[in-house]
Write a protein that binds this ligand. Structure first.
Ligand code: FES
Length: 112
């Protein structure tokens, strides 16, 4: 994957310091000042949760109103990705239905 820094630098903007977060258990780089939603989208993840019926949802309002972007952050389901800022070591999981980890669909175990 190419760095996201050059595109910002071309517009006179500086990105925050890099941090390592995990997305569905996979380590990836995000930057201080980014929302979880931005970090997920920059990492290629447009679906942030599914409804109880299995329909995909992602960023919609981008300002904390619609709850379409909810994910599990550090074990807390229902966290709005668009208004939560990344930090070093954050554990992010896409959310399946009311609070199960995306990767745990078969077992339906609650997020820890
Ligand atoms: S996109 Fe609407 S609450 Fe996050």
């Amino acid at each position: 994957m190419t760095s996201r820094r050059p595109r910002l630098a071309a517009h006179g903007l500086e990105r925050g310091a890099p941090v390592t977060v995990t997305v569905d258990g996979r380590p990836t780089t995000a930057y201080v000042g980014e929302s979880v939603a931005v970090a997920l989208m920059a990492d290629g993840e447009l679906t942030m949760r599914t409804t109880a019926g299995g329909e995909p949802r992602g960023l919609f309002c981008g300002m904390g109103v619609c709850y379409d972007c909810i994910v599990i952050v550090d074990g807390v389901p229902g966290t709005r990705a668009c208004i939560t800022w990344v930090r070093e070591g954050m554990d992010i999981a896409r959310q399946d239905g009311p609070g199960y980890r995306w990767a745990d669909r078969s077992g339906r175990d609650a997020a820890d």
